[in-house]
Design a protein around this ligand. Structure first.
Ligand SMILES: *Cc1c(COP(=O)(O)O)cnc(C)c1O
Length: 367
């Protein structure tokens, strides 16, 4: 019996992917072993790896001058590896802060370079979660960049705060670096707008353990000498992600997800479904005074929907009732409280419909 799982990450996977992984667990394609037990240099694993790369490149419509890398360490490791790989001779990097993940990114970068905050939506005086102003993305015309930054970093989907970039600014020659952990592959993406895109897999791509880095080739020559070899993008690229043992099983699962996405019709088709799911949930929240979402409508995330009960004394009651109906992992991130429904690619419309029905029923009972 599968529950409806709204976890922010590690998150729900497509049932078909789990089923195939289970079927192939003990004996992958007649090899007499599981993928976990294979040499990463075997012909069999190489075929899994190459298929994953080819399918991902096809899904992303990846331009020739970009490389796909599979690393370890998650997005948080990349927060350090971005400056270590991109600073070159420069001393300053620009950051845009739109929520807690981009806040963390700039904090980590301060260990390696001077950080200039080009724009932020953080208020000096915090307001209570349910009240206060709406959270948004500062207008591009209000971004103030430093004179010659090594790059500009942003988080294109704030998993905790529910803020998503739908427009991407043009910054001339300054490479844009995006932490896209929680919405990569949720919609078509123009890779050419970015120098680097990175993300952990456990939100929308697969399981924890593999980190995807998409990097423009001309940026591979900027690593600092102190950058660890196993995390130097140029080294990893030169060895086709086989400089050291890659997270083989996590790459295999990501490969199954890429095939599943292709069967769904690719990123444009999955985007249409994601829009439908997000609209249903936001409309339910907006139609009621019982539930509150504080994000400006134009930048509301389609993947992570944080919301509050107007009467927060009912939070535990709400969560217990949800659990009883098989609606799981709806508790908001500890830093912001309230509720959060993460509705990634693998979360079906039926899950959102069940959640919405429960929310309306809970409101009728308590309003
Ligand atoms: C989950 C998440 C992270 C952290 O990823 P780890 O794999 O735990 O390092 C960073 N950024 C964003 C946007 C995330 O959603």
């Amino acid at each position: 019996m599968r529950a409806f799982n709204f976890s922010a990450g590690p998150a729900a996977l497509p049932v078909e992917v789990l089923q195939q992984a289970a079927d192939e667990m003990l004996d992958w394609h007649g090899t007499g072993m599981s993928v976990m037990e294979m040499s990463h240099r075997s012909r069999e694993f190489e075929s899994i790896h190459q298929a994953a790369l080819a399918d991902l490149a096809e899904l992303l419509d990846l331009p020739e001058n970009y490389r796909l890398l599979f690393l370890q360490g998650g997005a948080l490791a990349e927060n350090a590896l971005v400056p270590l790989n991109l600073l070159g001779a420069r001393k300053v990097a620009d950051y845009v802060v739109t929520g807690s993940w981009s806040h963390k990114s700039q904090l980590e970068a301060r260990r390696y370079c001077d950080v200039h905050i080009a724009a932020t939506n953080e208020k000096k005086a915090p307001t209570p979660h349910q009240a206060g102003e709406r959270i948004g993305i500062p207008a591009f015309t209000d971004w103030h960049m430093s004179a010659d930054p090594a790059y500009l970093h942003l988080c294109t989907n704030e998993t905790v705060n529910g803020v998503e970039f739908f427009d991407i600014p043009h910054l001339g020659d300054v490479p844009l670096v995006a932490d896209a952990s929680s919405h990569l592959l949720s919609r078509p993406l123009d890779v050419t707008q970015f120098g680097v895109i990175y993300g952990g897999a456990q939100k929308n791509i697969g399981i924890a353990g593999v980190t995807l880095v998409i990097v423009r080739e001309d940026l591979l020559d900027r690593a600092l000498a102190i950058c660890p070899s196993a995390f130097a993008w140029k080294t990893v690229a030169a060895h086709n992600s086989m400089y050291n043992t890659p997270p083989t099983y996590a790459i295999y699962i990501a490969g199954l997800v890429f095939k599943w996405l292709k069967r769904q019709g690719g990123l444009a088709a999955i985007e249409a479904r994601n829009i439908e799911k997000a609209q249903l949930l936001y409309q339910t929240i907006d139609a009621s005074d019982f539930y509150i979402n504080r994000v400006e409508p134009a930048v509301r995330s389609r993947m992570n929907v944080p919301f509050y009960l107007a009467d927060e004394a009912r939070n535990d009651d709400f969560l217990a009732g949800a659990r009883a109906r098989g609606l799981l992992q709806l508790k908001g991130h500890a830093s912001v409280g309230g509720m959060r429904a993460s509705i990634y690619n693998a979360v079906p419309l039926a899950a959102v419909s069940a959640l919405v029905a429960y929310m309306q029923e809970f409101e009728r009972r308590h309003a």
